[in-house]
Ligand binder design. Structure first.
Ligand SMILES: Cc1ncc(COP(=O)(O)O)c(C=O)c1O
Length: 413
């Protein structure tokens, strides 16, 4: 997979030793945001250089071309996750906004006291805080499915115990950004639908790394971000089944999302435009579609296999280092390329700072999953996250440095 590094200005400059700012940098923070290949940057430049007009508005041919570029991008996203039709894709700013859209437009209007919203304990704040808001405003209750603290598995018993006739919404993360585990979304979706609840999947960490088929696991909504799959920041998507999108109120109101406006009131445009108020982020949508086509050209199965190989190599090495504690499953085959750990006596922030001095970028902190941290009794952890552009050499170098962290921190063993 190393051959793909030259597709990225970021890695090409590092590999050719022409990078001043990022000399020798090992980038292990893709779970926060991925790097972008030339092809994405070029697609965006091409859009702004040759197709730039306000899409969906003008009746002249340039605007029609801008509209076409934007709608083709929607089609690319729809096919990428196997939506039935492009109209089921709403462009948003990111996965957080996608989840907020469902919380505001579906949750707020339909939930009441006595109702329950079920999430898992390993959710990112983006899939907790919007539901807390819905609960505060409607009187509904937020319920957490807990996972096994060692393996990260949510058991069948836990699913059955937490999803019941009061449950109106089940919203779970597909791949955990801390534990690296993939949740059994098909099974959880079946349990949600059996009690008449809607089923939402947070795909921020799954869509970049594995083949996603929203029809296969029967999601009612699926949230994703462009920037985690090599696309630009500031664009994401919400998949929603057409029937649900049609019965929902708009999230944001203003230009473009209307059908007709009088002094007193307005009617709404057809889905998905009803949810896209104002001038759309067409250049970003074009960039996101270019990123999707790029990772499809590599092959999601190849990406997943490479992630796993690197994760296995990292796990085999890191578990040999004394005083390391792995967060989530120790069996590398049960996790994707997200390795979260602590080191006795060295604060995770110090781990990240010491590694930064060695030109290795990892994430440290609560990873926007504080309830999980509270559940596992960890206020902060360190996280290395991998993608197809990372190499075995980088993993080996990381392991060599991690093995020295305690010594550098003044410990004798
Ligand atoms: C699992 C998960 N969900 C949601 C998000 C939020 O994504 P964004 O910041 O792009 O909205 C993230 C970001 O790290 C994530 O890892």
């Amino acid at each position: 997979m190393n051959k793909y590094r030259k597709d990225f200005p970021f890695f090409k400059a590092i590999d050719e030793k022409s990078s001043v700012e990022n000399k020798d940098l090992i980038y292990f923070d893709t779970a926060a945001t991925a790097q972008r290949p030339f092809i994405v940057l070029n697609a965006m430049t091409h859009f702004y250089a040759t197709e730039n007009a306000n899409p969906l508005r003008g009746l002249y041919s340039l605007s029609e071309r801008a509209t076409m570029a934007y709608e083709n991008a929607r089609d690319t996203v729809a096919k990428f996750i196997n939506a039935k039709e492009a109209a089921e894709i709403v462009f948003t700013r990111n996965a957080s906004e996608s989840l907020n859209l469902v919380a505001y437009s579906w949750g707020l209007n339909r939930l009441h006291e006595g109702d329950e919203i079920c999430v898992s304990i390993m959710e990112h704040h983006s899939n907790i805080v919007p539901w807390q808001m819905v609960c505060q405003k409607t009187g509904a209750k937020l319920v957490f499915m807990e996972c096994d603290k060692e393996t990260g598995i949510i058991s069948d018993e836990e699913i059955a115990a937490k999803i019941n006739s009061n449950t109106k919404i089940v919203s779970v993360v597909h791949v955990s950004n801390v534990l690296g585990v993939t949740n059994p979304v098909k099974k959880i979706g079946e349990a949600a639908h059996a009690v008449g609840a809607i089923f939402i999947v947070d795909g921020a960490q799954s869509a970049p790394h594995m083949k996603v088929d929203v029809q296969d696991f029967n999601a009612d909504f699926f949230a994703m971000s462009g920037h985690k799959l090599c696309g630009p920041m500031g664009i994401g998507a919400l998949y929603g089944k057409r029937a649900l999108l049609e019965e929902m109120d708009p999230f944001l109101r203003g230009g473009e999302m209307i059908e007709y406006v009088t002094r007193e009131k307005a009617t709404w445009a057809e889905v998905p435009h009803k949810f896209e108020a104002g001038t759309v982020s067409a250049g970003d949508a074009v960039g996101m579609a270019a990123a999707i086509r790029y990772i499809q050209s590599i092959g999601l199965e190849n990406i997943e296999a490479h992630d796993r190989e690197l994760a296995e190599r990292m796990m085999a090495g890191i578990t040999q280092i004394p005083h390391i504690n792995i967060i989530g499953p120790k069996d590398a085959s049960k996790r994707c390329g997200i390795i979260t750990f602590t080191l006795d006596g060295v604060h995770p922030h110090d781990i990240a700072s010491l590694l930064s001095e060695e030109h290795i970028a990892i994430r440290a902190g609560h990873h926007c999953a504080q309830p999980l941290g509270q559940y596992l009794n960890q206020t902060a952890t360190a996280r290395a996250s991998l993608y197809f552009y990372n190499t075995e050499e980088e993993v080996d170098c990381f392991l060599e440095k991690v093995a020295k962290l305690r010594e550098w921190s003044g410990f004798k063993d």
